[in-house]
Design a protein around this ligand. Structure first.
Ligand SMILES: Nc1ncnc2c1ncn2[C@@H]1O[C@H](COP(=O)(O)OP(=O)(O)OP(=O)(O)O)[C@@H](O)[C@H]1O
Length: 263
């Protein structure tokens, strides 16, 4: 369970560059909830994910994962509880290491043990089983260096590495935005099946309205640091891309960027 209570974050307070990025945001995700987050540019979506991951300290408010305050967690402990996939396909994997070494690293994430990239026979069987799910044939390339993979393959692997350890919270930050449409759709479908299989509590930022509706059981829209719309499971099921665009149009002064329109 993720409980975000009245968090606020202002960048460069009291200066001409002051930016209120989070303005009293509260949100609760129960176990297994998958919330998609949409919003205009600069709405505070990435800041929200950075705050939940503990990468960014908020000015006030509280963030709790299963009753534990993120603010008080040590970095290695956060890594154990939180899985994250970034927009950049190069960000989630180590290019110099092989596929199996990357997966072994993911397994030791959040422990105080050393690098732990040694791979036993038993682990290799587990890795093969997990890689089969990606439907990319990577299970036959365990010893291939990850730097040789395409962006789509690396992003699929990043998704697997962030999720197969079953973190308490999975954060997806526009994780398909840098991929071509076909690969983006593949990673979207993988996200649906992997999150579903592990029942992961997930927060996903996207600019793609269709994806925001296709994935997850709840949806929020942000604008100027606030949550301005929340759809529950039934409302989300009934909503269309046109409905979401209409909500955007209602926001006075909000610019619906090209990526959003295309969604
Ligand atoms: N590190 C930072 N330093 C200063 N200002 C920042 C920083 N990070 C974000 N901001 C500002 O905070 C506000 C929210 O930014 P954020 O990146 O969270 O928005 P976003 O909804 O993710 O936008 P986008 O969809 O364009 O990525 C913006 O006004 C942004 O300029």
């Amino acid at each position: 369970m993720l409980e975000i209570t009245d968090i606020r974050k202002t960048f460069f307070p009291g200066t001409v560059n002051e930016r209120i990025a989070l303005d009293s945001v509260s949100l609760t995700l129960h176990d297994g909830d998958f919330v998609t987050v949409i919003g205009s540019n600069g709405a505070g979506k990435s800041t929200l994910l950075n705050a939940v991951s503990g990468k960014l300290a908020v000015d006030s408010g509280d963030i709790r994962i299963d009753e534990r305050s993120v603010r008080r967690m040590k970095d290695y402990a956060r890594a154990r509880y939180i899985g994250r996939v970034f927009q950049d396909p190069m960000a989630g994997t180590a290019p110099e290491l092989t596929i199996e070494q990357n997966l072994a690293l993911a397994l030791t994430r959040g422990t105080t043990r050393g690098l732990g990239i040694g791979v036993s026979k038993r682990r290799r069987v587990l890795f093969r089983e997990e890689l089969v799910k990606l439907e990319l044939g990577l299970e036959d390339r365990l010893k291939a260096r990850v730097g040789l993979l395409s962006g789509g393959q690396r992003q699929a692997l990043s998704l697997l590495m962030a999720s197969f350890t079953q973190p308490d919270i999975l954060l997806l930050d526009e994780h398909t935005a840098a991929l071509d449409p076909q690969r983006a759709q593949h990673v979207t479908e993988l996200t649906k099946s992997i999150v579903g299989e592990f029942g992961l509590t997930t927060l996903m930022v996207t600019h793609n309205m269709a994806q925001a509706l296709q994935l997850g059981n709840r949806l929020i829209m942000m604008h100027e640091g606030r949550i301005i719309l929340e759809l529950d499971e039934a409302q989300k099921r009934d909503a269309s891309v046109e409905d979401l665009l209409e909500e955007f149009r209602k926001i006075k002064g909000a610019v619906v960027d090209d990526r959003t329109m295309l969604g």
